[in-house]
Design a binder for this molecule. Structure first.
Ligand code: PEP
Length: 258
């Protein structure tokens, strides 16, 4: 059985004055919650401070991006050895905001997936269609292309160490989440592709998170849907009490074995 994973993506939110109390409340609020893995991904500038706060707790630290090279002349970038030093366990790769705003290509994203794995961290590889692609019936074509390109050259063994996130672009930050049925059919499709690209066993092990306007009110039904193994949470992860409700609901769905 796959343990649910709930990841908070704080995006470009969180001065140290904001990040410290948020991280402290999440750390304290998750102390007695069992059966769910939790991670927070603050901005780079807050990683060290948040890392100190969650150290020796069950809350894991993640970064929102990385550079594929270990060092070099890449102004403004952050390398994986730097993230490792701060205690990061996860790195979000290929978030749609970076694909759209920075123009990150599938090839660049694939390079990052390889680099994250090589450093022993866990990539959270994001895929998802735009609203226009969904209207045109291209949802499966889009996510399949992103998944195949993102995992190109990754060994079947290494694929089991990856976390996937299905994040329909039209659902991110809009307040309109995919229905459990819409999300579930894409998750099932992605799991089938993992089976083809790696193995049946890998497809059973890999966790596929849903992201896109997850909030306490919709977590239960989303997490109860087949093949949804947790959530990548943006806006709602900035409120500790709301995020903790999401964590508890994910744990509850996991415990039921849904
Ligand atoms: C995200 O950006 O990863 C995300 C899911 O955002 P939100 O929860 O705000 O839709």
């Amino acid at each position: 059985m796959r343990t649910p994973l709930v990841v908070g993506n704080w995006k470009m939110h969180g001065t140290l004055a904001e990040a410290r109390p948020l991280a402290t409340a999440i750390r304290d609020g998750t102390k007695r919650v069992k059966g769910v893995d939790v991670a927070v991904c603050p901005p780079f500038t807050a990683l060290a401070a948040v890392g100190e706060i969650v150290r020796e707790s069950s809350v894991r630290l993640g970064a929102q991006d990385c550079h594929a090279e270990p060092s070099g002349a890449h102004t403004g970038e952050v390398s994986l050895p730097m993230l490792l030093e701060l205690g990061c366990a996860f790195v979000i790769v290929g978030h749609s905001e970076r694909r759209r705003e920075i123009g990150e290509s599938d090839a660049v994203i694939n390079g990052k997936v390889h680099a994250v794995l090589a450093q022993g961290l866990t990539p959270i590889l994001c895929v998802g269609e735009t609203g226009e692609e969904r209207r045109q019936g291209l949802t499966f074509t889009t996510v399949e292309g992103q998944l195949r390109a993102g995992l190109a050259g990754v060994t079947p063994d290494a694929i089991t160490r990856i976390v996937l996130a299905y994040e329909p672009v039209w659902a991110i930050g809009t307040g309109v989440n995919a229905t459990p049925g819409q999300a579930s059919e894409v998750h099932g499709y992605l799991r089938g592709l993992v089976s083809e690209l790696a193995s049946k066993e890998a497809a059973q092990v890999i966790r596929i998170l849903y992201g896109g306007s997850v909030k306490p009110e919709n977590t239960g039904e989303l997490m109860a849907a087949p093949d949804i193994d947790g959530a990548l949470v943006g806006g709602a992860s900035l409120n500790a009490q709301g995020f903790l409700q999401i964590v508890r609901k994910a744990a509850h769905a996991g415990a039921r074995g849904d």
